[in-house]
Design a protein around this ligand. Structure first.
Ligand code: PMT
Length: 213
């Protein structure tokens, strides 16, 4: 299978020295890329900035902002049999990033933000991707309901939902605990290393791909 995997955070420039970002380390997406490559799949990893080593045998497209990630996915998704969106993409970016470093001129400062493109949401609707589509859902409440809403709205075959308010799982941890949300069923996966969970998620993707063929 050809897999496209997004991972890591995005950085949204405020000025040449500052940016908005989030707590994603990239570990979940990189674990998926590593396991898939180890099983002989061809993997393209589209990743925001992380401090992780590139897994062996994985093709790599580094990006910085959500707009960069959108362009990379738009250009590459046509070659994929399955696309997996583990990245934590910033939903908003500064409306007018400054070309020069912003000076301290007043006591308060207001930053206007505008919406970023929804990359996962564009996969079916704009890129007309016909393959296996796997989203993630980072939630702090109503895990199942919110993940199911994302699955339906974005036309996913599977959403991997995690509760990012719980310590020891989710962002930046080596562990996670996820709920696999399918259109017709649920499969909770107990807390485990991201590496072992990546094996189970990959098996699920292989099965979804086989069931389409
Ligand atoms: O990177 P780690 O430190 O290992 O942490 C792993 C993780 C918590 C980042 C990962 O498990 C995870 O939950 N990734 C998705 C994070 C997220 O942004 O979730 P969301 O519920 O806000 O977005 C839903 C889906 O839409 C995700 O597949 C996301 O990649 C995608 N999305 C979101 C916004 C956007 N503009 N474009 C997108 O493609």
């Amino acid at each position: 299978m050809n897999l496209l995997i997004t991972a890591g955070p995005t950085r949204e420039a405020i000025d040449p020295v500052r940016y908005l970002t989030n707590r994603s380390s990239g570990k979940m997406g990189y674990a998926l890329a590593e396991v898939a490559a180890r099983h002989g799949h061809k993997v393209l990893l589209v990743s925001g900035p992380t401090s992780l080593d590139l897994p062996p045998g994985v093709d790599f497209l580094p990006v910085e902002s959500a707009a960069d990630m959108f362009d990379a996915v738009r250009n590459q998704i046509g070659k994929a049999d399955a696309a997996v969106f583990a990245a934590a993409v910033a939903d908003y970016r500064p409306a007018a990033p400054s070309a020069e470093k912003i000076k301290k001129t007043s006591e308060t400062m207001t930053l206007e933000l505008v919406r970023n493109p929804d990359i996962l949401g564009s996969a079916r609707a704009t890129f007309h991707f016909p393959g296996v589509l796997v989203g993630f859902a980072a939630e702090t409440d109503d895990l199942e309901a919110n993940a199911r809403a994302k699955l339906e709205k974005k036309g996913c075959d599977l959403v991997v939902a995690n509760d990012v308010s719980r310590p020891g799982i989710g962002f930046d941890s080596d562990h996670n605990e996820v709920l696999l949300v399918y259109p017709d069923r649920l499969e909770p996966l107990a807390r485990d290393t991201k590496d072992r969970l990546a094996h189970i998620i990959l098996d699920a993707i292989v099965e979804l791909h086989a069931s389409r063929a």
